[in-house]
Write a protein of this length. Structure first.
Length: 203
C-alpha cells in the first residue's frame, strides 16, 4: 500500500516543521520519519494530543508516545516532555530535501506557497507567544536568510506588519514580532484553526 500525505495534512505539517516538528533520516539510503516533541507546562498537552491524532496513521500499530512529567524545585509547578515518531516512509522522504540541507533544517524556498492560514495556526500553537498586544514567533533554529524569507512571506502574503526582535535572555536570538495592528487580521485567518487551550496566544 502506498501511503500519501493529503493536502490538508501537508498544510498542517508545514506549520509544525516551522516549530517543534522534525524530519529524521537515520541512514543515507533509508526513508525519513517525522518526529514531534513538546516540553513545557502541562497546558501544551492538548496540542500535542491533537498532533499525535493527526499523525498516528503514519505510526506503527504498537507505537505509543513517550511522556515524562516533573516538578520544579523552585515553584513546584508541573512540566512535561512528550514525543512521538512515525514510521520511516517514502512520503516523508519526498519532502525531506525541501526542509533539510546537509541534515540541518531550513525554510523551503517555496514557503510562500506552502504556508497557509492552517499552517500559520500550527506554527503559532507550537512556537508563538503573546507579547504585549502583539505576537512573537520563535525562529531560533533558522539562519538569517531563512528568517528574512519567513518575514517576507508574513508581510507580502498575509499583509502583517512585522519586525525582528532579539531575545535579551537568550543571547540575542531572533524572534519575529507581529505588531498589534495586524492582530485583528491574524485572528480572522487562524482563530478557527487554533484549539481552545491555545487561544490565549492570539487574543
Amino acid at each position: 500500500m502506498v501511503i500519501l500525505i493529503p493536502d490538508n495534512i501537508k498544510e498542517i505539517l508545514t506549520g509544525i516543521l516551522l516549530s517543534d516538528g522534525h524530519l529524521q533520516r537515520r541512514s543515507e539510503k533509508g526513508n525519513v520519519r517525522f518526529m514531534f516533541n513538546q516540553s513545557g507546562k502541562l497546558n501544551k498537552r492538548p496540542y500535542f494530543e491533537l498532533v499525535y491524532s493527526l499523525f498516528k496513521f503514519y505510526c506503527s500499530k504498537d507505537s505509543e508516545y513517550y511522556e515524562r512529567i516533573w516538578k520544579t524545585k523552585e515553584t513546584d509547578e508541573e512540566y512535561s516532555s512528550v514525543s512521538f515518531a512515525t514510521m520511516e516512509l517514502p512520503c516523508f522522504t519526498e519532502i525531506y530535501p525541501f526542509w533539510y540541507l546537509n541534515r540541518k533544517k531550513r525554510v523551503p524556498l517555496n514557503i510562500k506557497e506552502l504556508l497557509t492560514p492552517v499552517g500559520l495556526a500550527h506554527w503559532i500553537m507550537g512556537d508563538g507567544s503573546k507579547q504585549n498586544k502583539g505576537l512573537h514567533l520563535s525562529v531560533y533554529a533558522f539562519t538569517p536568510k531563512d528568517i528574512k524569507l519567513l518575514l517576507d512571506v508574513l508581510e507580502t502574503k498575509f499583509n502583517f506588519k512585522c519586525t525582528i526582535h532579539r531575545h535579551s535572555g537568550l543571547k540575542g536570538k531572533p524572534r519575529i514580532y507581529i505588531w498589534e495592528e495586524s492582530m485583528v487580521k491574524l485572528r480572522e485567518l487562524v482563530s478557527s484553526h487554533v484549539i481552545p487551550s491555545m487561544q490565549y496566544k492570539i487574543i
